[in-house]
Write a protein that binds this ligand. Structure first.
Ligand code: GLN
Length: 471
């Protein structure tokens, strides 16, 4: 397994080439196909791109990401390739264009190697909701890698890609990063263009990266961040060089510990690891204080009301006529809609559409949707207030380490609790990162989450990089 930094050193020293590297990654993908982390692999295109980048390296015109081999969660569009979103309803759908993030990566000479398996339409916390079978945790195949970007996390952990792009609506980058032992960054809402990301819940969705190191996530953010006229919610805010924040210095940093994130349901091993990470920061010159986010107990309910409302509206477009799957036997238009959706969507997606349609229906809109919007604002204000006195917050990423496959699939509420510490960042639009810090008594990775102010990815990257080197 190689970090991008190592790859860059080797390319400079002439001890490898992009073509050779790409061949190695493709070999690892092939050998690890049983993990089910990929839904498509672009072998020929990737090798052709690698040869091109080798030529550019030779004549000194290569971009910043030359030699980085990237896989993409199958909810982000790559031109002329399938984008299934882990769903049967889009099984045959070919994307006519590249997402902005893909254009930006390729413009800097990254090599796109394939698309990763995921929970259907990014709904899930275990990657068991894919229409194409579950993804297995590399460390123990009887366990799940988290979700919904489980394919991306396993691809990075198993050495099938240097970096993977994922999407995070309620934790789908950070939680699988935590389960698999990689770094996962969800940038501020609006920092990265969502053009070409298939929508789940538009006011929550963010594209981010999973990688072996914080530095690699920072390098990718440097390239994918910034305004895009094709996404009106992308912010017109300057993009700093995020790698320059990685100075291994936390002296004077003010760290907040939200007391509500250490309550019932938190695994003792996870608690111990997070406390150890806090001690490490303290010993190295950071000041630590307890803070309160009083509306924390409402985050899961608020998230599942608002995200399902947005999902029910976004997923209305899959009607059997405009995209993808169409049922064969229907007799009339309404029957065709019903049959296409009934046969095309899996059960978790149907559950969310029904829940979302319910909370948006005329009689319940005020009681659920409007109330949810109000609570969302209160949750945002909790964070604003906390960030008056501290520069970042440290929490567990998830309440447990990787659980067994099958353990939670029949109990959606328990599954939803996997997101108890991550959904708040999406409700508030703030950036969050999960960094591996220690292992539990079974040897499974534990993730520490660092949350920061809007558009201050630099601080959370700095803290993650510090903890990474101290763990
Ligand atoms: N696990 C959460 C859900 O099922 C988050 C998903 C995500 O971030 N895409 O909605």
């Amino acid at each position: 397994m190689k970090t991008f930094e190592t790859i860059q050193t080797e390319l400079r020293a002439g001890t490898t080439t992009c073509e050779r590297l790409t061949g190695e990654y493709l070999g690892t993908i092939e050998a690890g196909s049983g993990l089910n982390a990929f839904l498509s692999v672009f072998s020929e295109k990737a090798v052709a791109q690698a040869r091109l980048v080798d030529r550019k390296l030779a004549d000194g015109t290569a971009g910043k990401l030359a030699g980085m081999v990237v896989s993409i969660k199958d909810v982000i569009c790559v031109k002329d390739e399938r984008v299934t979103c882990g769903s049967k309803i889009l099984e045959q759908f070919i994307s006519p264009y590249n997402a902005t993030v893909v254009d930006r990566l390729v413009a800097e000479d990254a090599i796109i190697v394939g698309k990763n398996n995921m929970d259907e339409f990014a709904m899930g916390s275990s990657t068991e909701n894919s229409a194409y079978g579950r993804v297995k945790l590399v460390q123990d195949e009887t366990r799940v890698p988290g979700g919904s970007s489980g394919g991306s996390a396993v691809a990075v952990r198993a050495g099938m890609a240097t970096v993977s792009l994922g999407s995070d609506t309620g934790g789908s980058i950070r939680q699988p990063a935590s389960f698999t032992g990689v770094v996962g960054l969800k940038p501020t809402y609006g920092r990265v263009s969502r053009f070409g990301l298939v929508a789940f819940a538009s006011s929550f969705d963010s594209i981010g990266s999973l990688a072996l190191t914080t530095r690699d996530c920072a390098q990718v953010l440097n390239v994918i961040a910034g305004h895009d006229e094709r996404d009106s919610t992308s912010a017109k805010i300057p993009v700093p060089d995020f790698t320059s924040a990685l100075d291994k210095n936390v002296i004077g940093l003010r760290v907040g510990i939200p007391k509500e994130y250490f309550g019932e349901g938190l695994d003792p091993d996870v608690r111990t690891a997070v406390e150890k990470s806090i001690d490490t920061l303290k010993k190295n010159g950071a000041t630590v204080e307890e803070v309160s986010l009083p509306h924390t107990e409402y985050t899961i309910a608020t998230y599942y009301i608002l995200a399902t409302a947005e999902a029910s509206s976004n997923l209305a477009r899959y009607d059997g006529a405009r995209y993808g799957y169409r049922a064969k036997k229907a007799r009339d238009l309404a029957g065709m809609y019903t049959a296409s959706r009934s046969e095309g969507f899996g059960s978790e997606v149907k559950r969310r559409i029904m829940l979302g349609t319910y909370v948006l229906s005329a009689g319940y809109y005020d009681a659920y949707y409007r109330k949810g919007q109000k609570v969302r604002r209160l949750i945002q204000q909790d964070f604003l207030k906390a960030f008056d006195s501290v520069d970042c917050l440290i929490t567990p990423t998830a309440p447990t380490t990787a659980f067994k496959a099958g353990e939670k699939v029949d109990d959606p509420l328990t599954m939803y609790l996997s997101d108890i510490y991550t959904t708040s960042a999406n409700l508030a639009g703030i950036p969050g990162i999960s960094v591996p810090f220690g292992k539990d008594h079974q040897g499974l990775p534990i993730g520490v989450q660092i949350l920061g102010r809007q558009f201050d990815e630099a601080t959370i990257l700095k803290v993650a990089d510090f903890l990474e080197s101290a763990s």
